[in-house]
Write a new protein. Structure first.
Length: 312
């Protein structure tokens, strides 16, 4: 249709009046029912509407009243809610975005940070740690065992240390191959202890101080008819410091690290030391044995018996 033949748009005030007429008709259902559903003509309904507006002091043109009646019949100004569906739900969600948008964005941001932290940082870090630990278990710990074995082999002066070290390395590498990290680490500690024991140097001597006990005797619980004689001894390194050593207590079966212990000796040795101290209060021959570098055991210079105690 050309602009010349197009129907001009109604002024805004007329549209508003027509909408008011429709609104009046909606609120006066008795009027609509009586006039439209009865035998009265449309003109009678328009007349009634004109009278209502005149009572309010408003003059409404007939064409506005007629247009309002027609609009009511056509539901032109009525609101029909959209049918339920996905599009309707999405539209309502979009309209209410100011209500839920910020919390959702904050939650998504938090999830993004957590996801980046977990998948981008934590998991790669854990994977790297696990890989590093696996390399250490399969390569690092066996290499430490081999290095300790080499040191023990080069520094020992007794075959016994080499035999012990060889057995420990075999067990340690088996643990590493099985993935038993605590077992492999324990073998490294044992080899380190064996190496350190070889390097130790000290003299085992009778405690020779006026205010301390130098010997004692006991009746063993398993044989009260026998008497066990002990000298109280200590280990002194080349710098004159007393060392603490692991000593097996023959009475309890427990090993304790102590700085003094009772070394069991024959009765004759016990009496000889007692007479030496009784003579002038000093034990001249107080050296019981000596532990030299490269050896595992003490070389005793006095006759001793197997057995020691850590408490008396």
């Amino acid at each position: 249709m050309s602009d010349a033949t197009a129907k001009p748009a109604a002024p805004l005030d007329e549209v508003m009046l027509a909408m008011d007429v429709v609104d009046t008709l909606r609120h006066r259902q008795d009027l609509v029912t009586r006039e439209l559903d009865g035998t009265a003509r449309e003109g009678q309904l328009i007349e009634r509407l004109r009278e209502i507006y005149r009572q309010q002091g408003i003059e409404v043109p007939d064409h506005i009243l007629k247009e309002g009646v027609e609009a009511l019949a056509e539901s032109r100004f009525a609101y029909d809610p959209p049918a339920p569906g996905l599009n309707t739900s999405l539209a309502r969600l979009y309209v209410s975005r100011k209500t839920w948008g910020r919390p959702v964005l904050l939650a998504l941001g938090a999830l993004l940070v957590v996801g980046v932290g977990y998948f981008g940082i934590y998991q790669p870090f854990q994977a790297g740690q696990a890989h590093q630990q696996q390399i250490e278990l399969t390569e690092g710990l066996p290499a430490q065992m081999d290095a300790l074995y080499t040191t023990i082999f080069e520094e020992t002066k007794v075959q016994q240390a080499v035999v012990q070290a060889d057995a420990l390395v075999s067990r340690g590498k088996a643990f590493a191959a099985e993935g038993n990290r605590p077992g492999a680490e324990g073998i490294v500690e044992d080899l380190t202890g064996l190496r350190d024991k070889l390097r130790q140097e000290y003299v085992v001597r009778v405690v020779n101080r006026a205010d301390e006990q130098s010997g004692f005797w006991t009746f063993p619980e398993i044989n009260t008819d026998a008497t066990n004689y002990y000298l109280v001894v200590e280990a002194i390194d080349p710098d004159g410091r007393a060392l603490s050593l692991p000593i097996l207590n023959e009475e309890t079966g427990e090993t304790k690290v102590v700085s003094q212990w009772g070394q069991r000796v024959p009765e004759s040795v016990y009496n000889a030391v007692a007479n030496d101290k009784r003579d002038d209060g000093i034990i001249q021959a107080n050296e019981v044995g000596r532990k030299s570098d490269g050896f595992l055991d003490v070389e005793f210079q006095m006759p001793v018996l197997n057995g020691a105690v850590t408490e008396w």
